[in-house]
Design a protein around this ligand. Structure first.
Ligand code: F6R
Length: 598
């Protein structure tokens, strides 16, 4: 994970513009941050285990530098401390790194550096030692980086400075993303994502794997791993690629804003039906679907399975990439759908990239059109929801649900919903957002809980999975999702009067009465029930029973669209649990937005 960013300029760089860009990358990791810059030809390094804001105050406003690089860290090797914070240095080498040097331990025993003293617990530091070793022999920084690129394993991008040369920077990229940008004023940028470079950007280049870029005395050159010069085809930057940030609403938190933004985004996605249909028209001849994804993308895929089997009648399996075992099966008739909002998740991308021959018939669904997954799947659909910065997936999860739903309709050969149906859905969908004060009050009854069961069936089971993930990751409360029908097979033993249960009842006519029975079974054992159910299901429930539980009423809409209505209140609920416990909702501990390590 981690974010790296640098500016190389002919003029003095404005600290604010640098810091603002580095902050844009904070979603990739926020355990610590650091910068290195040349001031009057001397290198200066600043580090903090606090947020980037702390660096901001350390970088004086009258800073005079024309080359600066920074890092925001998600710790993999070594705790978040100053000694493990980037930039790392050894002799004349200073570098910031994103990724993992998988063979770092073996490389530490490399004869060239085995006697060296290491100052940190990181895998990164070995890069500085090795580059320094080769630099003493090769005399060229870019060649030394290329030598190191050849012997490291894993996914690695890094920027490297030579303390003796304030006009030189070398970038290396393999598997984990790195962009070069050129601004309208001629400044060169390197960044882990496009969004952090967007201000005044003229054009950009996404480095290919095992490529290096050297900027030396304002001259820029790109090399492959064999040090052959490569032509870079710069992509003109259209400001529309990165959507302007919407004004934050009252609570001022990104996650809250992103939950609210669904009010307008989700109804809009339903209008992309024809575009989706056009973009996938070359998909033919498949009789089964396999969906692959992690975390929230896996949970959305579980609902995708439900849609494909129920609506399109196509058998569907869902895998986490680390558990994918389909290889022995002939796959001529399989459509592989890779789900990932970031398009950069290492587990997912690695599975695809190491087996491209196998996954020929592949489609990705992403929210980042310029990403690893898009480059390696045959077809790709872009959710186009604007960058999601809150670490917890919210709008992208709901967006994924609708794309999967639209695909299921297209694969079934049915027609899109009538616009009058969509208008009616939108009306009900809006109502969900007005429930937030009520949800906040309910959260006040539950925020001290240590555990939750979240129970549901058919389309509500994936929603229960997603709700449990949200509660775990932002409220730090243990939450377990289960099929309500499965409780009696064991988990019910955990229940006592105080065990909190969130019960989601679907209005599926085949199972609704059974689900109600399961609800009563749970209530006989616990006094702490929060029920989410549609108005017509609530009518079937005993009035006295309803007085004894917390209730969120979901408007009646067509069954296939209900998951969207169940999702939003649960996102608000997790959010309020976290807020009431004074937790860092947008940047939960130990997490990062993009998981580029396996
Ligand atoms: C949960 C969350 C993660 C991601 C997972 C996969 O809120 O955000 O569980 O869903 O890391 O990420 P993508 O979808 O980018 O592949």
């Amino acid at each position: 994970m981690c974010g790296i960013f640098s500016i190389y300029s002919k003029r003095d760089i404005k600290p604010n513009s640098f810091i603002n860009s580095l902050k844009e990358l904070e979603y990739r990791g926020y355990d610590s941050a650091g910068v290195a810059f040349f001031e009057e030809d001397n290198i200066k390094i600043l580090k903090t285990t606090l947020k980037i804001k702390d660096l901001e105050s350390k970088l004086k406003n009258n800073l005079k530098t024309s080359l600066i690089m920074g890092h925001t860290r998600w710790a993999t090797h070594g705790s978040p401390s100053i000694k493990n914070c980037h930039p790392h240095e050894y002799k004349n080498i200073v570098l910031v790194h994103n990724g993992i040097v998988e063979n770092y331990d073996e490389l530490k025993r490399h004869k060239a550096i085995q006697q060296n003293k290491f100052k940190s617990d990181t895998d990164t530091e070995v890069l500085a030692h090795l580059i320094s070793y080769y630099l003493e022999r090769e005399g060229s920084l870019v060649k030394s980086v290329a030598r190191v690129g050849e012997i490291i394993k894993g996914s690695n991008s890094f920027l490297c400075l030579d303390k003796k040369d304030p006009k030189l920077i070398v970038a290396y990229k393999n598997k984990t993303p790195l962009y070069l940008g050129i601004k309208n004023n001629g400044e060169f940028l390197f960044s882990s994502d496009l969004n952090a470079m967007k201000n005044d950007l003229n054009n950009y280049y996404f480095l290919n794997d095992e490529e290096l870029i050297e900027i030396n005395n304002h001259r820029i050159r790109c090399f492959n791993s064999k040090m052959k010069i490569k032509k870079m085809t710069m992509v003109p930057y259209a400001s529309s690629v990165v959507k302007k940030k919407k004004k934050l609403e009252a609570e001022g938190l990104i996650t809250y804003d992103e939950i609210n933004s669904q009010k307008f985004l989700i109804p809009k996605i339903f209008n992309t039906f024809d575009t989706i249909k056009k973009e996938i028209k070359t998909i033919k001849n498949f009789s089964e679907i396999v969906i692959i994804g992690c975390g929230s993308s896996f949970n959305a895929s579980m609902l995708g399975k439900h849609y494909f089997e129920q609506i399109s009648g196509i058998p569907t399996a869902v895998y986490r990439p680390s558990e994918f075992v389909f290889f022995k099966k002939k796959n001529r008739n399989t459509l592989y759908i890779f789900m990932s909002q970031s398009g950069e998740t290492a587990d997912t991308c690695d599975l695809l990239e190491t087996n491209t021959g196998y996954f020929k018939n592949s489609l990705s669904i992403v929210n980042q059109s310029d990403s690893r997954l898009v480059r390696n799947t045959r077809l790709s659909l872009n959710l186009d929801l604007g960058i999601e910065k809150g670490v917890a997936a919210t709008k992208t999860f709901t967006g994924q649900l609708i794309y999967l739903y639209s695909l299921a309709i297209i694969f079934s050969g049915k027609k899109n919903k009538k616009s009058s149906d969509l208008t009616s859905f939108n009306k009900h969908y809006m109502k969900i957002f007005s429930l937030q004060n009520k949800i906040k009050d309910i959260a006040k009854k539950f925020h001290k809980s240590k555990n939750f069961f979240i129970l549901g069936r058919n389309y509500n089971y994936p929603i229960a999975l997603e709700a449990s993930l949200k509660i775990k990751e932002i409220a730090y409360i243990h939450a377990e999702a289960s099929l309500s029908s499965e409780m009696k097979h064991g988990p019910i033993a955990l229940l006592d009067k105080n065990f909190p249960i969130i019960f989601l009842i679907s209005n599926n006519q085949d199972s609704v009465l059974k689900e109600i029975t399961n609800l009563y079974e749970a209530k006989s054992r616990s006094n702490r029930i929060l029920l989410l159910a549609t108005s017509n299901v609530i009518q079937k429930l005993d009035k006295n029973f309803l007085k004894e539980i917390s209730l969120i009423e979901i408007p009646n809409v067509e069954e296939d669209l209900l998951p969207n209505l169940f999702t939003v209140p649960l996102q608000y609920f997790a959010y309020h649990l976290a807020k009431l416990n004074n937790l860092s909702v947008d940047q939960p501990r130990n997490l990062a937005k993009v998981v580029t390590v396996v």
